[in-house]
Design a binder for this molecule. Structure first.
Ligand SMILES: *Cc1c(COP(=O)(O)O)cnc(C)c1O
Length: 457
């Protein structure tokens, strides 16, 4: 039986969930063109669309919001944040940004450009877009195990080091302004990266004098999974693990909407003083002054406190425990998921779940629609609707995986919510033959998943 980890908090404010009937959901879906992105949040009972900026702040963070010192420059809250960034990450030089892509835009605005190549274990979509917007190439160098949903490798987010070395040899270090490591590796299922892999990546890059940057959105979850899964880290605290991990980094970007436990915010840090000066100058041009970076100072205080709460091991045991609990409940009912589960989400394998639906009828999208209809659960398709591209003859090259992501917001849902979700999904799995595929009735040329409209086949 799946074990649930006690929530290390109790609830002080509640937000109503609007309960709906299947008939009501059917009407909402028709109005939304069968695209769950287009549903109003009030039509959703359990919202697993994303874990980004959807978490609950603590009373301590809310109290900090009242202590916002809204001075344009040098506010108290900036210095509080600076102390925490130094304490956890070991960086003296950092700037706040309005969210993760703000940090990316500033960083790649300075270091990227035509002809340059940025390797990453796997780029998140905004990271890729910011690299490509500067005319550079964004290259994903993941280990092969990372794309096999049934392979139980403990660190499926790892960088493919030999591929990275071949790349450097082929294009030359001068064309690689930096290499990045995304922890956890969001695009392949929140899969962690091992410390050994980070150390080896750093050693290789150091030989060629290529700076090593970390996309740190879910660094605390990654450090917790290192503690749980990697030899030699059982006895270390998550904070000690984070200290070691960031000691290998020359800089990092972070969307604080994940392990910053805030609803908006980001960070950008770099050790090299000359580079940092350029980053500051670009930040002032696009985000805001260096001591607030596009945020209210009360947001900086919430972030300083959130960063500290997110490395608390009781919190992380509960957080990762929720993901594992949901995964285990689903496995008990035979539901096909990506194994082992990563840090922030459970991924359903729609190819195996709906094996009767051909790829051309988008099994991932079909499953996301069916989950909403069955239980008011909103998820997102991570498959061909999101990632397919067109072949030269106009036909579609399908994505390697057809997944449906159940991203769990931080500190928002309780065990009974997860039990409800597990029940809805296992009931649907038993009745899966009745689920129908979909076809597009509208699609935009780029990022079509956001605005597409569908009908059931
Ligand atoms: C969310 C995310 C980003 C972008 O952050 P935003 O705050 O959404 O702009 C970048 N990288 C990864 C790995 C992410 O998960």
């Amino acid at each position: 039986m799946a074990q649930y980890t006690l929530e290390p908090f109790k609830i002080k404010a509640v937000e109503a969930i609007h309960l709906t009937t299947r008939d009501e959901r059917e009407a909402f879906l028709r109005k939304a063109g069968y695209n769950v992105f287009s549903l109003p949040s009030r039509a959703v009972m359990i919202d697993f669309l994303t874990d980004s900026g959807t978490g609950a702040m603590s009373d301590h963070q809310w109290a900090g919001m009242m202590e916002g010192d809204e001075s344009y420059s040098g506010s108290v809250n900036y210095f509080n944040l600076k102390r925490v960034v130094k304490d956890i990450f070991g960086f003296d030089q950092f700037v706040p940004t309005h969210q993760g892509r703000g940090a990316e835009q500033v960083l790649f605005g300075v270091v990227a450009g035509p002809g340059k190549i940025i390797p990453n274990n796997t780029h998140f979509d905004t990271t890729r877009a910011n690299v490509e917007a500067r005319g550079s190439e964004a290259l994903d160098l993941l280990i092969p195990e990372g794309l096999d949903p049934t392979n139980r490798h403990p660190f499926k987010g790892n960088m493919n080091i030999s591929a990275l070395e071949k790349l450097i040899e082929r294009v030359g270090a001068a064309n690689i302004p930096l290499a990045m490591m995304t922890i956890t590796n969001n695009a392949v299922g929140g899969q962690p990266v091992s410390m050994a892999n980070i150390r080896e990546t750093k050693a290789l890059l150091a030989r060629y004098q290529i700076p090593f940057f970390i996309d740190a959105c879910r660094y605390a979850e990654n450090c917790y999974l290192i503690q749980q899964r990697e030899d030699g880290y059982r006895g270390k605290s998550v904070k000690e693990i984070a200290s070691e991990l960031f000691s290998y980094a020359d800089g990092f970007t972070m969307s604080a909407k994940k392990d910053g436990l805030v609803n908006i915010g980001g960070l950008l840090a770099a050790r090299d003083p000359a580079l940092f000066e350029q980053l500051q100058n670009r930040l002032i041009l696009t985000e805001g002054f260096t001591s607030y970076g596009g945020l209210a100072r009360r947001d900086l205080e919430a972030l300083a406190r959130g960063l500290e709460e997110a490395v608390d091991e009781k919190y992380l045991a509960y957080r990762i425990g929720q993901v594992r609990y949901l995964a285990e409940r689903l496995l008990e009912s035979g539901v096909p998921i990506v194994e082992p589960p990563g840090g922030h989400a459970v991924f359903l394998d729609a190819k195996r779940f709906l094996s009767h639906i051909p790829l051309g009828q988008y099994p991932g999208e079909a499953l996301a629609i069916a989950l909403y209809l069955a239980g008011g659960i909103r998820t997102s398709e991570i498959g061909s609707v999101m990632f397919a591209h067109k072949n030269a003859d106009g036909s579609e090259a399908f994505a390697p995986l057809e997944l449906v992501r159940l991203a769990i917001p931080r500190r928002v849902y309780t065990q009974s919510h997860l039990d409800y979700v597990a029940q809805v999904i296992s009931d649907l799995y038993r009745e899966r033959d009745a689920v129908r595929g979909v076809r597009f009735t509208y699609q935009s040329p780029r990022l079509r998943h956001f605005t597409a409209r569908f009908e059931l086949v």
